[in-house]
Every structure is written in structure tokens, then in C-alpha cells.
Design a binder for this molecule. Structure first.
Ligand SMILES: [Zn+2]
Ligand SMILES: [Zn+2]
Length: 117
């Protein structure tokens, strides 16, 4: 009784690989392969630009700071500019002084009113 069952299972196992041996089904897949390639090539320049970050370094020797955007460097350079008028908070224990001061006087007034000093 057991012998015929074992033979039957062996036959099913052999028949499965035969079904996957059909060649024509794989042919259309090769044609669809090259299609997405142009799209991948178009996105490549964007990756190259982000992988090479341009650092805008501060020209001051004792500073050594660098910024990713030129606007950030320009804002930072104002801290070194002796001609830039920054309004320092007259409150003794306030850190908004010198380089941390305010570019506009009304901003300082608004700050003092907000903190109550
Ligand atoms: Zn600097
Ligand atoms: Zn203050």
C-alpha cells in the first residue's frame, strides 16, 4: 500500500520543472527591460550635484566657518563687518549683544518689551 503512494509523489515532483521550461514567456520581458533605463539616466545629474556640496567658507582666518548656502555666509559675514550697525541689548544678563545683536533698532525695542527688560 505504501509503495504506490511514494511513486506517485515522485512523479509530481518531476512534472513541475517541465511546466516552467516554456521559453516564449520570457522573451517579452527582455524587450521591456531597456525601457526604464533613460529615466534612470536623467536622474543621475541631480545625484552628482548633491554629492558635491559647495562650501562657502568664511574669509576670516580666525573664524574657519563654512556654509552650504551663500546667503548664510553673507548673513554670517555681517557679524565680522565693523561697519554693520548691530543694536546690542543694554540688559546686563542678556546674550543679545555684539554679533548676537539686532540689525534693526525696532527689533531690539520689540525684544526688550517681550522680555520685560
Ligand atoms: Zn566668519
Ligand atoms: Zn535683551
Amino acid at each position: 500500500m505504501l509503495a504506490p503512494d511514494a511513486t506517485d509523489l515522485g512523479y509530481l515532483a518531476v512534472s513541475q520543472p517541465v511546466a516552467g521550461g516554456h521559453g516564449p514567456t520570457t522573451a517579452p520581458d527582455l524587450t521591456a527591460g531597456p525601457a526604464p533605463s533613460p529615466t534612470a539616466t536623467a536622474s543621475t545629474p541631480a545625484v552628482t550635484t548633491s554629492s558635491t556640496p559647495v562650501r562657502h567658507a568664511c574669509s576670516k582666518k580666525n573664524c574657519g566657518k563654512s556654509f552650504g548656502r551663500p546667503a548664510d555666509l553673507r548673513r554670517h559675514m555681517r557679524q565680522h563687518d565693523p561697519h554693520a550697525t548691530l543694536y546690542s541689548c543694554p540688559f546686563e544678563y542678556c546674550n543679545r549683544k555684539g554679533a548676537r545683536g539686532f540689525s534693526r533698532r525696532d527689533k531690539l525695542t520689540e525684544h526688550r518689551r517681550a522680555l520685560g527688560h
